[in-house]
Design a protein around this ligand. Sequence first.
Ligand code: DX5
Ligand code: ZN
Length: 219
Amino acid sequence: KHPVLVAPSLLAANFLELGKEVDMVNRSEADWFHLDVMDGRFVPNISYGLPVIAQIKQKANKPCDVHLMIEEPEKYAADFKKAGADILTVHYEACIHLHRNIQQIKGLGMKAGVALNPHTPIELLENVIRDIDVVLVMSVNPGFGGQTFIEQTYHKIRQLRKLITDHHAHALIEVDGGIGPENAGQLIQAGANVLVAGSAVFSAADPEKMIHLLKTSAQ
Ligand code: DX5
Ligand code: ZN
């Protein structure tokens, strides 16, 4: 059995109490901070950016997993490294020179992730799968928290698990969108390693307990 990593998405946090939310994640069994950056171009929403991430980084005692939902991510990779990103994930659909962008991120000393929109086939990663540290499978259309989980995701995770095995690759499979205790176990069973959860964690009566529940969802 592989370990389950949990990455709470701060998009659903209370920004007026951001320090307390960061403390909660620090105290919890969560593994990464998932930080969603949206530019209003690649996705139809705008979230937060570099200064917010830099401040979260000062308090965070776990790796910062930055999910860039932006066009031309290569223009900002160095800035996100400076702000404190440990893992930097770019969208397949936003990268004309994906291989180059992956090398750039790793050259800056970060782990490199590639995210796939729900309609983007797994096979398109065949030629870079050995170069990347994380594949982020979107289980909703990126842009908003609180959306309904897309069931086709299970099939994509199984395909991706096979691609990784066949290529002797080491990439972690991260899933993002509409995740909660009702589907976490099945996602891990399909082959996922990292569960991102926004509203499930931050709307819970007891967020730390919810993180524990997700973390132990494979048992
Ligand atoms: C969506 C973001 C997600 C989002 C998940 O575009 O990438 O990380 O915060 O939120 P929930 O868990 O509420 O679907
Ligand atoms: Zn995300």
